[in-house]
Design a protein around this ligand. Structure first.
Ligand SMILES: [Zn+2]
Length: 410
């Protein structure tokens, strides 16, 4: 990373109403990232060294941005959508996102840290393709595919039913070395059903639920603030609460597998509010940067944690359809329901000790959402296929993070 890019990074935040403290922390993170990059690169060499590997205990943090399009992830604000008054009543509101390096302005952490030290996939304009394989291309089927490794025909809508399938989170939580080391936080209220809390038993906090895992002054304050802060959405709390609860849980409970599922992007998109959708993406990128910084400042996580960032589904690929996904019901009964084209396209970003810095990865065959469950398991040293033989295999590039002697037979 050179000085020019650092200046670009500063500029992108100078236009944001962030606190100067956060800004300083981010700069510190960028600096640390530069220092740590050679360490990450030489991880495979370090793994062979038993003296080093004995201290290594892999962790995975999975972050999702609900319904975040690959188009904005890789290219930033879309000029055609931005030019339409029905989506952007006040163009000045997003003017600063429409020039310069638009992708880096929208998601600086993703492009300036993850892309340089890890990998990204899903830029379809550059032969990098990742897809959901479930045909519904809505949230519950997407999260279910992502977390269970299979696209189950029984999971075809967003109805609140307990998932009959066991997620990789639930299965890993049953492993002796992982007990009390698995947790999930989501802005959308459906995660207790998607992860089948009744059966799985690990800690899940979602929607507008109070945080109940433990209590302290900060948690009491956050619970109160959450109750007293209105959300624009009926089923989705504001992402800052998901982030803050997850951050406090990381600090105190030290999970080895954590889901942090943000939701605002999808809801603002459905509302056709393009500036708010972009702002939600920008905030999420900032929250992820803060999460990564927290992980790298904690010896329990530092250089042992893989961060995976992805989404549950794509959205329409045109200025007319970007706000929607899945099957669009036609009001005129004479026409058939219409599948929104492009909503199967998703993206993934990854950074961690066993991930080589590859930048954008081109794909011969599209990567699949259902491969993520096995990938998570493999990164933690377990073989999910031994339990769920129907799950898709791990993504080939995700080599086991743990040295052989630390891998635990499930
Ligand atoms: Zn949606």
């Amino acid at each position: 990373m050179n000085n020019l890019q650092l200046r670009d990074y500063d500029l992108s935040f100078a236009t944001n109403p962030r606190s100067s403290a956060t800004h300083m922390l981010l700069r510190l993170l960028m600096f640390c990232s530069m220092l740590c990059a050679p360490l990450a690169k030489s991880w495979s060499a370090m793994s062979a060294n038993s003296a080093t590997s004995a201290e290594f205990e892999p962790k995975v943090v999975l972050v999702t941005l609900d319904g975040m399009r690959w188009q904005e992830v890789f290219y930033g604000a879309d000029d055609e959508i931005a030019s339409q008054r029905r989506y952007v009543p006040n163009p000045k509101q997003i003017q600063q996102l429409l020039n310069g390096n638009k992708a880096e302005k929208l998601m600086p952490f993703l492009h300036q840290v993850v892309k340089k030290q890890g990998l990204l996939v899903g830029d379809q304009r550059k032969n990098s393709v990742m897809q959901v394989t479930n045909p519904w291309q809505v949230s519950y089927p997407g999260y279910s595919e992502l977390l269970t490794g299979i696209a189950d025909p029984r999971i075809s809508s967003n109805h609140a039913i307990n998932n009959p399938n066991v997620s990789v989170f639930e299965w890993l939580a049953q492993q002796p070395a992982m007990q009390d080391k698995v947790a999930a936080f989501g802005s959308w209220r459906l995660f207790p059903w998607i992860l089948n809390r009744e059966r799985s038993g690990f800690f899940i906090n979602a929607g507008f639920e109070n945080f109940t895992a433990f209590t302290n002054d900060k948690i009491n304050w956050l619970n109160k603030l959450q109750r007293q802060t209105p959300s624009p959405f009926a089923d989705v709390r504001q992402d800052i609460f998901t982030q803050q609860f997850a951050s406090e849980y990381l600090q105190q409970a030290k999970p080895r597998l954590l889901l942090v599922a943000f939701g605002e992007t999808d809801d603002y998109a459905h509302a056709g509010q393009y500036p708010q959708y972009l702002a939600a993406a920008q905030r999420a990128d900032q929250l992820i940067a803060e999460l990564w910084q927290q992980l790298q400042q904690d010896p329990y996580y530092k250089d042992q944690t893989t961060l995976i960032i992805t989404t549950d589904h794509g959205r329409g690929n045109s200025a007319d359809t970007w706000s929607r996904h899945g099957v669009s019901r036609q009001l005129n009964a004479k026409t058939t329901d219409q599948q929104i084209l492009g909503a199967d396209g998703i993206w993934l970003a990854m950074i961690g000790p066993s991930i080589a810095p590859r930048g954008l990865v081109t794909t011969n065959e599209p990567w699949q959402q259902r491969q993520i469950a096995s990938t998570i398991s493999q990164l933690l040293g377990y073989d999910f296929l031994q339990f769920q033989y129907k799950a898709a295999t791990a993504l080939a590039w995700a080599t086991p993070a743990a040295p052989a002697q630390l891998r635990i037979s499930p």
